[in-house]
Design a protein around this ligand. Structure first.
Ligand code: FES
Ligand code: FES
Length: 163
C-alpha cells in the first residue's frame, strides 16, 4: 500500500508517494535523486547509509521512509553549501581520511552530529561516535584524526564567537 509522506531533506520539503516498505535510503536515492547516501550492507551493519534524522545519526537502510514523515533529514548534500566544504569535510581532505570515499558520507554525518553536541571530543569519544561506520580502505586513525582536527578549528571559531 502506498502512502503520501513529506520529507524535509536538507531544508527542502519533498512530497512523496511511497510504499510502506520503502526504506529511507531508497526514498532519498530513488525518489528524491540524492545519490550521496550510499548503500553498503543494506542490513544495518556498515553505516554507509547514515543520515541525520532530526539531528541524530540513523541508518537509513533499516529505517522506513514512512517513519520519517514530517521529519528533518540531513544527507551529505546538506552538510555544505555545495560550493565550500564544511569544516569537517576539509579536515578529512587535510588528514587523508578518504580513499575510495564509499564510507565517507556516513562518517561525515556521524562526525558532524558528534561535533554539534561535543565540540571538543576526546579520541575515545570520536571512536565511539564512529564505531557504527565501517571503512575498508583508509583505516580509522586518519578518520579519527580528521574529526579531532575539525574539532580544534571548530572550537577556535566558536571561541571567537563565530559559527
Ligand atoms: S547500508 Fe545501511 S548500515 Fe550498511
Ligand atoms: S574510504 Fe573506502 S571504505 Fe572508507
Amino acid at each position: 500500500m502506498k502512502q503520501a509522506i513529506e520529507l524535509i531533506i536538507n531544508g527542502e520539503t519533498h512530497d512523496l508517494f511511497v510504499a510502506s516498505n520503502v526504506t529511507l535510503v531508497e526514498a532519498i536515492r530513488d525518489n528524491v535523486g540524492l545519490l550521496g547516501t550510499k548503500v553498503g550492507c543494506d542490513m544495518g551493519t556498515c553505516g554507509a547509509c547514515t543520515v541525520l534524522l532530526e539531528g541524530k545519526p540513523i541508518l537509513s537502510c533499516i529505517t522506513l521512509a514512512v517513519e520519517c514523515n514530517g521529519k528533518e533529514i540531513t544527507t551529505i548534500e546538506g552538510v555544505s553549501d555545495g560550493v565550500t566544504l564544511s569544516n569537517l569535510q576539509e579536515a578529512f581532505v587535510r588528514k587523508g581520511g578518504v580513499q575510495c570515499g564509499f564510507c565517507t558520507p556516513g562518517m561525515i554525518l556521524s562526525g558532524t552530529a558528534l561535533l554539534k553536541k561535543n565540540s571538543k571530543p576526546k579520541v575515545d569519544e570520536v571512536a565511539k561516535a564512529l564505531e557504527g561506520n565501517l571503512c575498508r580502505c583508509t583505516g580509522y586513525n586518519r578518520i579519527i584524526d580528521a574529526v579531532l582536527d575539525a574539532s580544534v578549528s571548530t572550537s577556535h571559531l566558536q571561541d571567537q564567537g563565530e559559527k
